[in-house]
Design a protein around this ligand. Structure first.
Ligand code: ATP
Length: 366
């Protein structure tokens, strides 16, 4: 396994001369920790596969460098990089047994027979494949075949990293949950650097210690699931993570107060130094805005509907023309649809041109 450094890495399928705004991957510098479990999360077309293919060597970057443990491998082949990959669809040999499939990457590298047998037994056990080790792969279900693919990706202990590109796409929904948690356990047991590409936030948040969120060819935030929930550094992270996503609403901010639709909301920090001419928005997760009866000091809103998600209810409300989501407390009921919203000031963030603004505490410290 290896520490991976990306140094000013960028890629354009149209060549280096293309305008940077059109790059599939805009310049990025970041480090992937040795032994870390990472998810690369973002919507279709944001550049996840491009970044993964740059790390594996399938694509050569237009700009920048990739280092494995400090060594420059930017021009090295996938084979030289010593990377294992698991793709969306099973890549296995139907005519071989499950055991032979798992042993294949080790045989290819000339690993000694007793070591191969030991490792195959371990991986089969971790993936519940022991009972079918001697069966021909051709007779197995698509789920089982993808498990073999996962096993082939994980069987070598000397790889620099294991890269997964949406590996659970073909897995039955009921099994997905089980395999997701299994992958997490495998990461702990095997101590490999793993990078897992997905557009599904649940998959990313269950698997990874660090989730790297991409938007329009850029990494907009890398953090723990808790950091992405508590302090989205970009409005896209707020909107993309969470269900429902964060409310992001245009606002006027003066010092430690924000004004939405003529109503003033107290803030916990001071925002005197917002960049001139920036598009200013407040961001607050629905979990931290409570629906209550209308009252002075509460932001007036009209309830459009209430969604019952089982353990929690969210109201879809309107503030003037702006749509908003807010938590409905247990036992809440009011006649009619007019409500008042109560904000948790500690959870209201300020964004300028989509980027989180730190602000100063009310004593003036940054
Ligand atoms: P998906 O989840 O749909 O695979 P993604 O986040 O992995 O999306 P990429 O496949 O990396 O995104 O694509 C990023 C951008 O690069 C897209 O605009 C895509 O059309 C473009 N792109 C990807 N591969 C190529 C290619 N081989 N040639 C030209 N453009 C490409």
């Amino acid at each position: 396994m290896a520490r991976i450094d990306l140094v000013d890495l960028a890629h354009s399928y149209g060549g280096n001369a293309a305008a940077e705004e059109s790059f599939a991957l805009k310049p990025i510098s970041m480090t992937w920790r040795q032994g870390g479990a990472y998810a690369l999360l973002g919507p279709s077309g944001c550049g996840k596969t491009t970044l993964l293919n740059l790390i594996s060597g399938i694509v050569t970057p237009s700009r920048g460098k990739i280092l494995f443990d400090g060594a420059d491998i930017t021009r090295a082949t996938t084979q030289q990089r010593n990377i294992a990959q698991v793709f969306q669809f099973p890549v296995i040999y139907d005519t071989m047994t499950v055991g032979e499939n798992l042993a294949f990457p080790l045989k290819n590298r000339g690993v000694a027979r007793p070591e191969i047998e030991k490792r195959v037994r371990e991986i089969a056990e971790l993936l519940d494949l022991t009972p079918v080790l001697n069966r021909k792969a051709t007779r197995l279900t698509a789920d089982a075949k993808q498990k073999i693919s996962l096993g082939r990706g994980l069987v070598r202990s000397d790889v620099a990293a294991v890269l997964f590109d949406e590996p659970l796409t073909v897995i039955d929904p009921a099994l997905k949950w089980e395999l997701r948690s299994k992958l997490k356990a495998l990461h702990r047991a095997l101590d490999l650097t793993m990078i897992y590409v997905t557009h599904d936030q649940t998959e990313a948040l269950t698997f990874a210690d660090t989730v790297v969120v991409m938007h329009d060819g850029r990494v907009v935030q890398a953090g723990t699931p808790q950091q992405l929930f508590d302090r989205p550094e970009h409005t896209f992270v707020g909107y993309f993570i969470g269900s429902p996503g964060m409310n992001i609403v245009p606002a006027t901010v003066n010092g430690h107060e924000a004004v939405i639709d003529g109503h003033t909301i107290a803030l916990q920090r001071n925002y005197d130094a917002l960049p001139a001419g920036a598009r200013v928005e407040i961001g607050v997760r629905p979990e931290f805005v409570e629906v209550a009866a209308p009252a002075p000091g509460r932001l007036a809103a009209t309830i459009e509907r209430i969604d019952d998600l089982g353990r929690v209810r969210f109201a879809r409300v309107r503030i003037g023309d702006v749509k908003f989501a807010a938590r409905v407390p247990n036992g809440f009921s009011i006649p009619g649809s007019e409500a008042g919203l109560i904000f948790d000031p500690a959870r209201v963030h300020i964004y300028a041109d989509s980027r989180l603004v730190e602000g100063q505490d009310l004593e003036g410290r940054a």
